[in-house]
Design a binder for this molecule. Structure first.
Ligand code: PMV
Length: 360
């Protein structure tokens, strides 16, 4: 499928008002995406667990207007008008205009809220952008005079979400989504995420992710800046090759249940992502002292108990603690007794793998 398929051919344009609400989750990458070319084409393929409880709920009210030059909208976040979030959404709308020309015929009122605490350091762009994409697809479905399939809706929503934030392409479906063309993953594409197409071993069913909130402040370096620093990065090529190799390897582990290899790959991916930040020019550090305290405590606990708990990191200081469902009781006790002291206000979020976007 190429980009032309996402330009709507026949719209009947007869709807005056519409309102759609979607709840879409965040996701956590196991093999990381870090580095892209225009327009939001990843330099390597990535795979993530879709989360369940960390989500964004977005309602868009569409009111038909005279045709305008650029999309017009109001944005409310957690009930309050949020003009400072508007430029990012305006840029997103500009990027997708070719694929959603109906944006010029409606005025949009967007109401959005997150299930996770505001500025908890959890990236909300994946859940936020995917929720908007799903609302637009609901409108598009009703404007189209031919039936469009659920499969097309999912694909195009992921395609649109990607143009808002790359990782958002992986937040439409679940439990495992691959984004980026890779020969080991059938049907994979740089343009949208696809569900991991092979049978996953039962050890990874309902996998748990407890997110330790180490630093809730604004990130000092945005992911946009971070991605850009991969241009001319001395280790860029090695990193993109490594990630693509890791994707092929993790695909095997997910199928055969080799959890030890899964753990070392996932932790190595997290540290490789941060190694790119440490070695870019300018260099930067997003981990905090408590991030390292937690990593060391996880390693000690694993050595002593033989647990299968492991960690991964996003572009921030928070730690995602990943473990099989059958270890839930023990690991939660370990987190409460030993790790929560490293979290701001002892806060953490107990999440697990989920299945993607839901219409409300
Ligand atoms: O989607 P972006 O542009 O915010 O980039 C996200 C990058 C990471 O979260 C660090 C890794 C990933 O694959 O999700």
């Amino acid at each position: 499928m190429d980009t032309q398929n996402f330009i709507p051919k026949s719209l009947k344009n007869s709807i005056e008002n519409a309102s759609h609400t979607w709840l879409t989750p965040s996701n956590i990458a196991l093999v990381k995406y870090w580095g892209k070319s225009e327009p939001q084409i990843p330099k390597n393929a990535s795979v993530s667990f879709t989360l369940s409880k960390s989500h964004t709920k977005t309602t868009i009210d569409f009111t038909r207007t005279e045709k305008v030059e650029i999309p017009e909208f109001d944005l409310f976040f957690e009930g309050k008008k949020k003009d400072d979030f508007k430029p990012k959404i305006a840029k997103f709308f500009e990027r997708i205009l070719e694929y959603c020309p109906y944006l010029l015929e409606y005025r949009l009122t967007i109401h959005s809220e997150n299930s996770f605490p505001h500025s908890s350091g959890i990236a909300s762009s994946a859940s936020g952008m995917s929720a908007i994409a799903m609302c637009l697809m609901s409108l598009e479905r009703s404007l189209c005079d031919v039936e469009i399939s659920d499969e097309f809706i999912t694909k195009k929503a992921s395609f649109l979400a990607r143009l808002g934030s790359g990782s958002a392409s992986r937040s439409i479906e679940g439990p495992l989504v691959v984004w980026g063309k890779h020969e080991a993953i059938e049907e994979s594409s740089d343009l949208y995420g696809v569900q991991f197409p092979y049978k996953v071993h039962s050890i990874f069913e309902n996998y748990q992710d407890t997110i330790l909130l180490v630093d809730k402040g604004e990130k000092q370096v945005s992911s946009t800046v971070g991605h850009n620093l991969m241009h001319n990065h001395p280790f860029a090529k090695q990193r993109f090759d490594q990630a693509n190799e890791n994707l092929e390897r993790i695909s095997k582990y997910l199928q055969n249940g080799d959890i030890n290899s899964f753990i070392s790959l996932v932790e190595s991916e997290a540290l490789s992502l941060h190694a790119m930040m440490l070695t870019s020019n300018p260099y930067f550090i997003l981990m905090k002292p408590n991030t390292l305290e937690i990593i060391n405590a996880i390693w000690r606990y694993r050595n002593v108990t033989g647990s299968n708990v492991c960690f991964t990191l996003d572009a921030g200081a928070n730690v995602h603690v990943l473990y099989p469902e059958n270890e839930k009781e023990n690991v939660l006790q370990f987190i409460e007794e030993q790790l929560s002291q490293y979290c701001q206000k002892n806060q953490y979020i107990c999440d697990n793998v989920g299945f993607g976007a839901k219409k409300l």
